[in-house]
Ligand binder design. Structure first.
Ligand code: LIP
Length: 313
């Protein structure tokens, strides 16, 4: 098992790597803005699941760097899996990488894009770096060492203690439409959003509001900051969340299952169903909010098996 010193070394390495990758993304955005390149393609024959040459180039760059510096470590990446490489997850140190989280934003020139670099050891996320190069925000954390914005601002932003969580009606909830637009998935997600927002006298939770950044990693970092109270998503992947889970936890938040079946234990990062609650004074108030979400989350399938047009229903 890695000690504190090892984790610090891995963290510094990941921060440096994320900065280099971020520069590639920033340069590609400028090229794109000047109208000279970066076509996008649909993955899995799904026109709402996009990939660009930059996603592929950044993943290749990160993968190569990691294999030179840590040749015995394993690698799981979004674009590597899209090429059909089978995901094998073991107790060995494993880097879990999304070269661009928020690819749809990137394609449109919207600035909410991030490179996400996480490390698991013994299957537990222990190091996480999420860098948003177009906004110059770098989020980082290592297990037991706190979470930071731009390496010096401790998260959550509310110090010394975050405000009480209260009731779901007093929360901002972030979520996403996701890339699966089949009626059985999108209708349930829209109904869930409706329930979160609807008036209490009409059986809703009447939360303060909903936010969607287009990036699971950035959504989770807003929870780590404490400026968003809850994040719920079904259908994103381990590379979207592995790094940011460490950042949320080190900022005092919890990340549990986003399925309709309540479970207060740490989330299975391969489940494709995530629920995060921001830091608060006590875990009971976090679990109270989680329970209010579990009470209304519908059963939504999120398979891992690709079929033409998306994933097995
Ligand atoms: C995106 C996720 C987002 C989800 C999108 C997509 P990508 O990741 O972060 O939360 O709703 O469908 O999966 O594809 O930009 O890396």
């Amino acid at each position: 098992m890695a000690d504190t010193h090892d984790l610090q070394e891995f963290l510094l390495f990941a921060i440096a790597l994320a900065k280099e990758a971020g520069k590639m993304i920033k340069d590609a955005t400028e090229t794109r803005m000047s109208g000279t390149g970066n076509q996008f393609l649909a993955k899995y024959d799904n026109p709402t699941d996009l990939v660009t040459e930059t996603d592929q180039a950044v993943e290749k760059f990160i993968k190569n760097r990691l294999s030179v510096t840590y040749p015995t470590h394993r690698f799981i990446g979004e674009e590597t899996m899209a090429e059909g490489v089978e995901t094998v997850f073991t107790d060995e140190p494993t880097w879990i990488v999304d070269p661009i989280d928020g690819t749809t934003n990137f394609v449109h020139g919207h600035p909410f894009v991030a490179v996400s670099i996480g490390l698991t050891i013994g299957k537990e996320p222990v190091v996480g770096v999420v860098y948003c190069p177009l906004m110059n925000e770098l989020y980082s954390a290592a297990k037991g060492q706190g979470a930071f914005l731009n390496e010096s601002i401790r998260l959550p932003l509310f110090q010394p203690t975050p405000p009480p969580l209260g009731d779901l009606s007093q929360c901002i909830v972030s979520t996403e439409a996701g890339s699966d637009r089949s009626p059985e998935v999108i209708d349930k997600k829209m109904e869930m959003i409706h329930t979160i927002l609807r008036q209490k006298q009409n059986n809703g939770k009447q939360a303060h509001s909903i936010r969607c950044t287009g990036s699971a990693a950035i959504n989770l970092c807003t929870v780590a900051k404490g400026v968003v109270d809850v994040y719920w998503e079904v259908g994103c992947w381990e590379w979207d969340v592995a790094a940011a889970i460490v950042i949320v936890r080190e900022a005092g938040g919890i990340v549990v299952t986003g399925s309709h079946q309540p479970d207060p234990s740490p989330v299975n990062i391969f489940s494709r169903k995530y629920l995060a609650i921001r830091g608060a004074q006590d875990e009971k108030s976090q679990l109270d909010i989680a329970q209010q979400m579990w009470d209304i989350i519908p059963e939504i399938n999120a398979s891992r098996k690709p079929v033409p047009g998306g994933f097995e229903p």
